[in-house]
Design a protein around this ligand. Structure first.
Ligand SMILES: *Cc1c(COP(=O)(O)O)cnc(C)c1O
Length: 229
């Protein structure tokens, strides 16, 4: 019997395909990052069995204890404190929440292999993390000088709206900033990470290449129950 996660994944994939079709995009160019924060290792194992290969966690310590001996592409999507940069560079394959030059330098110094990163853009007044929009081009330029960091694109968490269509202008804005930065640096930035459980279809219509999905895949946080066979 397929797990609840496998069933949820199936439904999400159908929505990804439909949204991509509306935007005349290839669904194959959209990566699903399963956000497993607060869910136990058992949930991660089920997601791996269902075919998920990218996971997102927002805390270094939690990821460290959960992802022992699980071979996936692991993304840090939460704010990174400078005293955790060294450890983060060791356990994550990607850091999607770089929002200042000082943390970028720390990651660059700590990295043993070249590490892929995204710059997190601040969107919406309530957001606690992310670099301000006007700073993005210069931050991106500085990061290009750090040899152990591979700048892949931008990420943002727009404000939450009950009606996901109200998020659309934020996605449009991030997409145009992304294109602007790529043009200014004369470098291709393949990744635009935007869209979560309630608004990923809109994000795909607006050009997301990575969506970060937690509750739509795993259920509400802090309500996980083991499936008893
Ligand atoms: C928790 C989280 C998500 C997933 O949110 P859902 O609404 O559960 O899909 C995505 N991105 C970031 C940065 C998060 O912290």
């Amino acid at each position: 019997m397929p797990s609840a996660i496998a069933e949820n994944l199936h439904a999400i994939r159908e929505k990804i395909a439909t949204a991509a079709q509306r935007a005349k995009r290839d669904p194959g160019e959209i990566t699903l990052v399963a956000v497993s924060k607060t869910f136990p290792a058992e949930a991660v194992h089920q997601a791996v069995s269902a075919g998920i290969t990218h996971f997102g966690e927002n805390r270094v310590q939690e990821a460290e204890s959960k992802f022992v001996q699980i071979n996936t592409t692991l993304h840090l999507i939460g704010h990174l404190q400078s005293n955790k940069a060294r450890r983060a560079a060791e356990i994550f394959n990607r850091i999607d929440s770089v929002d200042n030059l000082s943390i970028a330098r720390k990651l660059n110094d700590a990295a043993k292999n070249r590490i892929g990163i995204l710059i997190e853009v601040h969107q919406g007044e309530a957001a606690k993390s992310g670099a301000p929009e006007p700073d993005i081009p210069s931050l991106a330029r500085e990061i290009l000088n750090l040899p152990n960091l591979n700048l892949l694109g931008l990420m943002a968490i727009p404000p939450y709206f009950e009606n996901p269509d109200l998020t659309r202008p934020y996605f449009k804005r991030l997409k145009s900033l992304h294109d602007e930065v790529a043009a200014a640096l004369d470098k291709s930035l393949p990744i635009l990470s935007m869209g979560m459980s309630h608004d990923f279809e809109i994000a795909i219509e607006e050009g997301a290449t990575e969506i970060r999905i937690g509750t739509a895949l795993f259920g509400l946080r802090n309500t996980w129950r083991s499936e008893i066979p």
